[in-house]
Ligand binder design. Structure first.
Ligand code: NAP
Length: 225
């Protein structure tokens, strides 16, 4: 049993990570933005922590708080937003750009260095929730280009981090969670949160040096960047 951090744990895939890790007896720190989500997380046995990733100062403060954790065995940076989903190459508005890039890219790039000492101390695992839509090599349509760009940037950040953290014993993985029935994925998506998270947890449990710096589907398939 170890310490698990889930960032963006109020609903969807993040909440399911909390459910499954808490049910297995891990100590789970789970971030949320609303009181109601905090109550839900507490009821699941997690330790709730308020964190809005759009608030740069709050992310810095949270990172400092996490530095007090001696060891983090698993950190899952799950929070993400989709932004405009149109099928056209249209200039993104500044507000959309900032919300998507700050949530999906800046926040993980702030948190990864802050969490590194505790991950290194634990020989831990770091996962970011990316998306197949961020795979540059497999892009074949124009939908959600801001989201695609943000996940491609997140992938680059994760891959770079893996070069520094891998030799220090931390396994860094970018996940595609599948097309999952959540608020973001919608009701006609392929799989439910249980299957998605169970798959990613299996991969994390078995991950070793050879998994570091990989882009992996929830079912274990390795994806190309
Ligand atoms: N569902 C899919 O099919 C799918 C496919 C590929 C990749 N993904 C990725 O998987 C991750 C989880 O997706 P999901 O489907 O579970 O999405 P979701 O149901 O929309 O949940 C998004 C989560 O991110 C949190 N979040 C968003 N903006 C935040 C902010 N500024 N500060 C703190 N937390 C914030 C939300 O918290 P609030 O409740 O406070 O808003 C919520 O917990 C995302 O990174 C997504 O891009 C999902």
């Amino acid at each position: 049993m170890g310490t698990v951090l889930i960032v963006g744990a109020s609903r969807g895939i993040g909440l399911e990570f909390v459910r499954q890790y808490a049910a297995d007896g891990h100590r789970v720190i789970a971030t949320h933005r609303t009181d109601a989500a905090g109550e839900t997380l507490r009821a699941l046995g997690a330790k709730p922590a308020v964190l809005n990733l759009l608030d740069e100062g709050a992310v810095v403060e949270f990172g400092e708080k996490m530095a007090a954790e001696k060891k983090i065995d698993v950190a899952v940076l799950n929070a993400g937003v989709a932004g405009p989903r149109g099928q056209a190459i249209r200039a993104p508005g500044g507000l959309d750009f900032d919300a998507v890039m700050h949530t999906n890219v800046r926040a993980p790039m702030q948190l990864i260095p802050a969490l590194s000492p505790a991950l290194i101390a634990a020989g831990g695992k770091l996962a970011v929730l990316s998306s197949r839509m961020g795979s540059v090599s497999s892009m074949s349509n124009t939908a959600s280009w801001l989201y695609r760009a943000s996940k491609a940037a997140l992938n680059a950040a994760l891959k770079t981090a893996s070069i520094e953290l891998g030799p220090q014993g931390v396994v860094c993985i970018a996940f595609h969670p599948g097309w999952v029935r959540t608020d973001m994925g919608g009701g006609s998506a392929d799989i439910d949160v249980h299957a998605s998270v169970a798959g990613m947890r299996r991969i994390l449990a078995a991950a070793n040096d050879s998994s570091n710096g990989k882009f992996i589907n929830y079912n274990g398939e390795q994806l190309s960047w």
